[in-house]
Write a protein that binds this ligand. Structure first.
Ligand code: 9MG
Length: 285
């Protein structure tokens, strides 16, 4: 799958691209309790200048133990940022689990719905199907508040892959074209470090489903566990993980550190014999 159709955007995935993360949550872009929309927009514009192809805007943290926010508060945080970036012509993704937020963000110009619940909430699939937006379907075991308590799988790659194949099929049945569907194993969402490593090692099996694969590993705790680094010291580990995912077929890399990831991909792209990679992938499908 080398093209992603997302609203009015056609994203060429012949080589991997970068999605920059903009979290408009209580621990970022809040100034003395007041939302600093301009700072969030400036941050996103810098990421675009650094080479991000997509900006993912979220207003509710999905980190374990994070406080849930209602739709009204989430909309207050994300809509001005989505609207400003869409007006600039950027490809904007809305990171939300709530159908009401999806719909409002699409109306404000978002072109991708990034849902960590894979459009399972009542009404979410209908919102996506009624639009021409792309969808990112992520796997999560359990709920954000408790998902890291005791995650368990018999075979993580098979179970996560089967779930994503079913959710993608539900989207196709609802009328969403395969060229609008992205799948994501959901690193860190109800997974131990060993599960995450297993999934990263087995990423080719996800790419073989024929949908674009998105991977989000940036600064995550599994990298802290592997590298022995605190969250603000995980740049090198994040870039290494993004590159490892790209090598195994990921086409969208969701990251905080856009410039460093874009540079790493540029070096790899200059070396990699792409036609050979694409022929290998087509042979697997
Ligand atoms: C919102 N969010 C946080 N981590 C994520 C990941 O790994 N993938 C996607 N699609 N969204 C994520």
């Amino acid at each position: 799958m080398h093209i992603l159709n997302a609203g009015s955007h056609t994203i060429d995935l012949a080589t991997p691209c970068v999605m920059g993360i903009v979290n408009v949550t209580a621990d970022s872009f809040f100034d003395g309790g007041r939302l600093d929309v301009d700072a969030a927009i400036d941050h996103a514009r810098r990421m675009l200048d650094d080479g991000a192809r997509i900006i993912d805007v979220g207003g509710e943290s999905t980190r374990p133990g994070a406080r849930a926010v209602d739709a009204e508060e989430e909309l207050r945080r994300v809509l001005p940022v989505v609207a400003a970036l869409a007006r600039d012509g950027a490809c904007v993704s809305i990171d939300t689990m709530k159908p009401a937020v999806m719909r409002a963000a699409l109306d404000s110009g978002a072109a991708i719905i990034n849902d960590v619940r894979a459009l399972q909430a009542p009404g979410a699939l209908d919102v996506a199907a009624a639009s021409n937006a792309a969808v990112c379907l992520m796997h999560m075991q359990g709920e954000p508040a408790t998902m890291q308590h005791a995650p368990a799988y018999r075979d993580a790659v098979t179970e996560v892959r089967t779930f994503l194949a079913r959710r993608a099929a539900a989207c196709v049945d609802a009328g969403i074209g395969r060229d609008r569907i992205v799948i994501d194993p959901g690193f860190g969402f109800g997974k131990t470090v060993a599960h995450n490593v297993e999934l990263l090692r087995g990423l080719d099996a996800f790419a073989a489903l024929g949908y674009a694969v998105l991977v989000g590993l940036s600064r995550k705790s599994m990298l802290g566990a592997i590298a022995g680094r605190d969250v603000d010291e995980r740049l090198a580990a994040s870039v290494a993980a993004a590159l490892a995912a790209a090598v195994r077929g990921a086409r969208i890399l969701r990251v905080h550190d856009v410039a460093a990831t874009v540079d790493a991909l540029a070096v790899w792209n200059a070396i990699e014999p792409w036609p050979a990679v694409q022929m290998r992938e087509q042979a697997q499908q």
